[in-house]
Design a protein around this ligand. Structure first.
Ligand code: WQD
Length: 341
């Protein structure tokens, strides 16, 4: 009998890939989404991969009545909470949208979990909570969290604080925050992938859209940083590896007999520069990319990548896919949605 798990924002980029891996692992994922930031066609993509239409609870994660009714009618083993806005730049322009949606949604879900200790909880956090690790580059879960560089980053920073306070008020709860580094790529089937609404903020979707002719060129924000080649360094992790980390997190919490609150880095443990990503994309896909160097982007961290020892120790998880896999899968996805041969 499949254990049910509610995946808020399950029609989103990371959510949809996680729904696939949860199903593959024997769970019954139920998507909660109102499609404000995703497209319903994702459901067809998921069903193309798993062979059946995923269950959908259409609605707003902030709707506490909807959540309470669902919990009354369904016995679930956990909630994986993705539903949140995630564009760094947009959060600077519309901070109140981010604070309201991201924090209100988290509080609504935590209220359900607090009343039902039998339900485990996984939070979609981010390496952005480390801010600029000031020369540390490789960060562990013990690395001091710094001041976030955007309202988006603050919603993740405050989100972790809220979860910590909830656990301190009820130590029977089983809670986990996963600090993602930079998710990239798409499912190898190209049935699901990243569908940025409007002009993408993130690097790889901008690269694939430029290669597809949607933009004249990529602007690399800064090339005189104190790094291997002057461009910023990040820990880019294939979205399917990230999805599998959520399955391992749920497995751990479901098996845990006592209350716990864990925070885990989810990355590859390796850094790659922007230029290295551009060159990998060109070489793997045999595509020439137009790019120029432009001014630095405000708020950019110079270099950060994960120490992933704890993920291995606690979850028996590590990333298996490579940058080559990710840039290939991302390009296959872009070509499919743009009908490029
Ligand atoms: C990576 C590097 C840019 C675009 C943010 C969030 C993180 C997560 C991922 C949601 C930087 C450079 C980018 C471009 C460029 N959020 N770049 N030209 O800022 O590391 O992380 O997104 O999942 O929580 O903080 O990701 O992809 O925007 O930038 O040169 O057109 O690529 O300057 O050095 P970032 P990013």
């Amino acid at each position: 009998m499949r254990k049910k798990v509610l995946v808020t924002g399950g029609a989103g980029y990371i959510g949809s890939h996680t729904v696939v891996e949860l199903f593959n692992a024997g769970y019954q994922p139920i998507i909660l989404d109102d499609f404000r930031n995703s497209d319903e066609s994702v459901l067809d993509g998921i069903s193309q991969i798993i062979g059946s239409k995923p269950e959908l609870l259409r609605g707003d994660v902030c709707d506490t009545n909807l959540l309470s009714k669902f919990i009354k009618e369904n016995e679930i083993c956990g909630i994986i909470h993705f539903a949140a806005y995630k564009a760094v730049g947009e959060s600077v322009e519309k901070p109140l949208n981010y604070y309201q949606n991201n924090l209100e949604g988290l509080v609504a879900v935590l209220k359900v979990v607090s009343m039902h200790p039998e339900i485990t909880f996984v939070f979609s956090s981010s390496c952005t909570v480390y801010g600029e690790p000031f020369g540390q580059k490789e960060v562990t879960e013990k690395t001091e969290r710094s001041i976030p560089t955007s309202p988006y980053g603050y919603t993740k920073w405050l989100g972790e604080q809220i979860i910590n306070d909830v656990f301190n008020s009820n130590a029977d709860l089983r809670l986990m925050s996963l600090r993602y580094f930079n998710p990239i790529g798409a499912h190898e089937s190209a049935a699901i992938g990243e569908l940025p609404i409007g002009k993408p903020n993130n690097l790889l979707p901008f690269i694939t859209q430029t290669a597809a002719g949607l933009h004249d060129q990529l602007t690399i924000f800064g090339n005189d940083y104190p790094t291997i080649d002057g461009t910023c360094v990040r820990d880019y992790i294939h979205v399917v590896d990230l999805a599998e980390a959520h399955v391992k997190a749920l497995d751990f919490l479901v098996k845990e007999s006592k209350g716990c609150h864990e925070v885990v880095n989810i990355g590859t443990g390796k850094g790659s520069s922007v230029l290295e990503m551009v060159r990998a994309f060109e070489q793997v896909n045999q595509v020439k990319l137009n790019y120029e160097f432009g001014p630095k982007r405000a708020g950019d961290v110079i270099e950060i990548y994960a120490n992933v020892d704890y993920a291995k120790e606690l979850l028996a998880w590590q990333a298996n896919k490579t940058i080559t896999d990710a840039v290939r899968d991302a390009w296959n996805w872009e070509k499919l949605i743009r009908s490029i041969e």
